[in-house]
Design a protein around this ligand. Structure first.
Ligand SMILES: *Cc1c(COP(=O)(O)O)cnc(C)c1O
Length: 498
């Protein structure tokens, strides 16, 4: 399987795509041809456990990796998850299911991929014949940072440096990152928002001068953000797994359509669902849920992606993003894989903060996706109502998704009252305990002074088990305290590898 850049330059293997992270021309690597999962393979997948299902899907993209070794790596990665099932599907009401992806070491869905990426990268280096050490730079809106640090801590030949927006992440997210142990890790706050962090990191990736200076120190850059296809690919697997679980629990028949609602920030998770569909998974509508930073909703409304707008800090910080990097992969597909056009649109976005797609492209994405957003009030109401009604606590990101999913269901019923209902799977991306103050507020209308008190009160209220990983950071020392301005990021990188 080969990968090509969305901006036209380069054709590489899966291993090379993972090692490089970003294509040389600044584009993102996409599979040259979409692999497919046959009906016979789907049938076989039903009897498999999560790592086996994931191995079947992943080996289609990474066919140069040894299959047995890949399976062992996946078993190892997902053994770190609670309860033996990495991606349990929970039925909450008729036709509505939650895909819980937060049972990993850092309590957010980023663990689904970041427990696997170290293997894909290390093995990728072997396959490509890389001798240099690897430096992973991460821009995070909160959850990727911690999951990447956990995934890569003490990995041989690899160093990892995480940049997060000062004041742009929740207290718990910040604590999780700043107490990170490991001999090869560094965490730095950036004055600015997530887009400033992401732009800063992308600049370093795009600079020959930076790369040269790092090479002199024996380092090669790579990425653990969802711009890296090695991050996206493991996310494709849980859509297949959820579908299999629906079939084996007799909720649907093999071949029936299923809808998914995904709380969206950088457009990685929902893009993975789109890839699953392209591989043959029977998906109906993909519902793209945003928070008050509703740049994607507007894009679906009028075909113009316009980031010239206020940036809001919300209670779902991992979705506080204006430039959704992975949308580039979707518009590349939409344009009929026109790399020149994609390149031009990305140049427009960088130069004037917007680009537009053609009417027929807009029609196409509207036929496959439904996009809407939930503001803060709607999110709070939804979390409250859902707990009242079903006793099911959700985190704030999942609350956004559920609110939008309900709106979508209403619209479908109104537009087409006689239509056979299609099951909806809402992707639950974080543990409620990861955002304890906001979740406690949503559940009770009351504020609570600190995160750990919030955890205690949510536990009293919901009786949901508190993840060990979150309990224990209370007593860990803060190891990282530094804040830099966006233009000083590379200086810090150089200090770290010197
Ligand atoms: C990262 C994240 C999201 C957004 O996912 P994207 O792949 O960036 O769209 C949503 N919810 C949580 C909890 C996250 O950590």
């Amino acid at each position: 399987m080969y990968f090509v850049s969305t901006r036209g330059k380069g054709r590489v293997t899966g291993a090379e795509a993972v090692v490089q992270g970003l294509a040389e021309d600044g584009g993102l690597f996409v599979p040259e041809k979409s692999p497919s999962v046959s009906a016979e393979e789907m049938e076989r997948m039903l009897a498999m456990d999560y790592p086996e299902r994931a191995a079947l899907v992943l080996s289609k993209y990474f066919d140069e990796y040894d299959k047995d070794e890949l399976l062992s790596a996946l078993k190892e990665a997902y053994s770190q998850f609670d309860d033996g099932d990495a991606a349990p599907l929970v039925k909450v009401e008729n036709g509505m299911f939650m895909l819980e992806l937060y049972h990993g070491p850092t309590c957010a869905f980023k663990d689904m991929a970041l427990t696997v990426l170290p293997y894909l990268l290390r093995k990728g280096c072997d396959l490509v014949g890389i001798r240099e050490k690897i430096l992973i730079l991460v821009a995070t809106s909160g959850d990727t940072g911690k999951a990447a640090l956990e995934g890569f801590k003490d990995a041989e030949g690899i160093r990892i440096m995480v940049f997060y927006p000062d004041d742009g992440v929740s207290k718990m997210q910040k604590l999780q990152m700043c107490t990170q142990e490991g001999s090869n890790v560094n965490v730095v706050a950036v004055k600015g928002n997530f887009d400033d962090c992401q732009t800063g990191v992308k600049k370093i990736f795009g600079s020959e001068e930076c790369k040269k200076q790092l090479a002199e120190k024996g380092y090669l850059l790579s990425s653990a953000n969802s711009i890296n296809f090695g991050r996206l690919a493991p996310q494709i697997c849980y859509y297949f797994s959820a579908y299999c679980d629906l079939v084996t629990s007799d909720q649907i028949k093999a071949g029936d359509k299923v809808n998914f609602t995904v709380p969206t920030g950088n457009f990685g998770n929902i893009l993975a669902a789109y890839y699953a569909k392209k591989m043959g998974l029977p998906v109906g509508t993909l519902v793209c849920a945003s928070n008050t930073n509703n740049v994607l909703t507007d894009f679906w409304k009028n075909g113009t992606y316009d980031v010239k707008r206020p940036f809001y800090k919300t209670m779902s910080p991992s979705m506080d993003i204006l430039v959704s990097s992975n949308l580039e992969r979707l518009i590349f597909e939409l344009s009929g894989r026109d790399a020149a056009l994609t390149k031009e649109r990305m140049a427009q976005l960088a130069a004037k903060g917007s680009y537009s797609i053609r009417a027929e492209e807009l029609k196409q994405i509207r036929s496959e996706f439904f996009a809407a957003y939930a503001n803060e009030n709607a999110t709070v109401d939804c979390i409250y109502d859902f707990f009242e009604e079903y006793g099911y606590p959700m985190d704030t990101h999942t609350g956004v998704a559920m609110s939008v999913a309900q709106r979508y269901e209403e619209k479908v019923r109104k537009d087409n009252p006689k239509a056979e209902p299609v099951p909806m799977v809402v992707v639950s991306t974080a543990s409620p305990y990861k955002f304890p103050q906001s979740v406690y507020y949503a559940l009770t209308g009351n504020d609570v002074k600190d995160s750990f008190k919030g955890i205690k009160r949510i536990n009293l209220l919901t009786a949901m088990k508190v993840p060990e990983a979150l309990k224990s950071i209370r007593y860990k020392p803060i190891l990282f305290k530094q804040t830099v301005s966006p233009d000083k990021m590379f200086e810090e990188v150089l200090k770290f590898v010197s």
